[in-house]
Design a protein around this ligand. Sequence first.
Ligand SMILES: CC(C)(COP(=O)(O)OP(=O)(O)OC[C@H]1O[C@@H](n2cnc3c(N)ncnc32)[C@H](O)[C@@H]1OP(=O)(O)O)[C@@H](O)C(=O)NCCC(=O)NCCS
Length: 154
Amino acid sequence: MTRLTPLAEADLSGYLDRLVRDYAADHVRGGRWTEEESLTEARKEVDKLLPDGLASPDQFLFAIVAGEPEAKVGELWLALEPRGGFVYDLFVDERYRRRGYAEGAMRLAEGIARQKGARTLSLHVFGDNAGARRLYARLGYRETNVRMSKSLEP
Ligand SMILES: CC(C)(COP(=O)(O)OP(=O)(O)OC[C@H]1O[C@@H](n2cnc3c(N)ncnc32)[C@H](O)[C@@H]1OP(=O)(O)O)[C@@H](O)C(=O)NCCC(=O)NCCS
């Protein structure tokens, strides 16, 4: 069984370090930021969303807990915005992948978002993240916009 529990204060800074690193690397690959500026820019965006850490309004950070015996296997960050629910991050530790934990966590997040009044749940995924795209397609998410890019380097 998969459960979502509020992320512990003690886990927040390690979690955000990992998130910022991954987010920065994704946007360097995507061409939005240079390597040099990426960590600072990523941290700025995250800090803006979480001005009061775990107590920030409309931001819900969860640990994904699953397995037998139970362990913390990853994290999910759900936000409630005027446009509806938005999943800012979904992460399952490598050693726990392909066991259905992300799928379970997303289904729970859908229930929580619905309970809080959201009528839609959305997220962003990079085009080359085939595994995550397959997961979301399987859960019923549909593409709402597609940004395309081509390298002009020789
Ligand atoms: C994407 C991620 C959250 C998936 O977590 P997971 O717990 O391994 O996913 P699940 O076991 O719930 O996968 C459910 C289904 O999604 C699809 N899927 C998930 N990961 C996949 C992969 N690497 N390749 C292909 N399909 C994949 C499969 O259909 C899978 O079902 P199956 O294992 O029966 O084939 C995890 O790989 C991860 O944390 N990746 C790094 C962070 C990331 O990319 N997050 C998403 C950002 S939008």
